[in-house]
Design a protein. Sequence first.
Length: 216
Amino acid sequence: MLSSVLHGRLGSAVLRRRQALLLAGAVLLTLPLVRLVPALAGARSPIWPHGVVRVYDESGMSQTVATAAARWNGSGAQVRLELVRSERKADVVVRVDDRALRHLCGRDCLGFSTSIGRAAHGRNAVILRSSLGGNPRPLSVWVAAHELGHVLGLHHRNGHDCSVMSPHAFDTRCAPSLAATQPTADELACVPAPADVDVAAGLYGGSAASRDPRCR
Ligand SMILES: [Zn+2]
């Protein structure tokens, strides 16, 4: 199910290319090169009925996940990510597993989504890096929003234009701040970016709630 060869190859290239950023982000992570890899690529995105996705947080980052979910819910796309208190009621379980992340997408990987869009059996998982834990901060919310974007059915958006679906968090013009403080509204203005919302709206309806010029 996992294209590990592809991930490995991408990982090496990314690591070489982004070496210079390693030290810059040392305050947050030992390896802050943010690679966020979905397990499946290429297939048409199965969408969630009525745009509703029930999310259970097992990671201990419930505020971070809730903030990321709220960003999508207010984006203008007709999606509703609801946090539920029981795993039994969940469509998606968010958990922390650094070992699995290393195995699935390399040691510089901060997040992983097991499916793009609704899994065939209707149960998705998102894995987050433990170093993102604690109070929400711009990077942790960015990563959670990225993975929830995959859950909704969004693929990676390559290039340097602003997008929360960039495979590399620091490659875009609207890269997340490395601040260790609670993210401000300004810092989350492009999480998700209008370009991301356009894709989600194409799947679920709606339209981008704002076209903030900072998110180009
Ligand atoms: Zn990704």
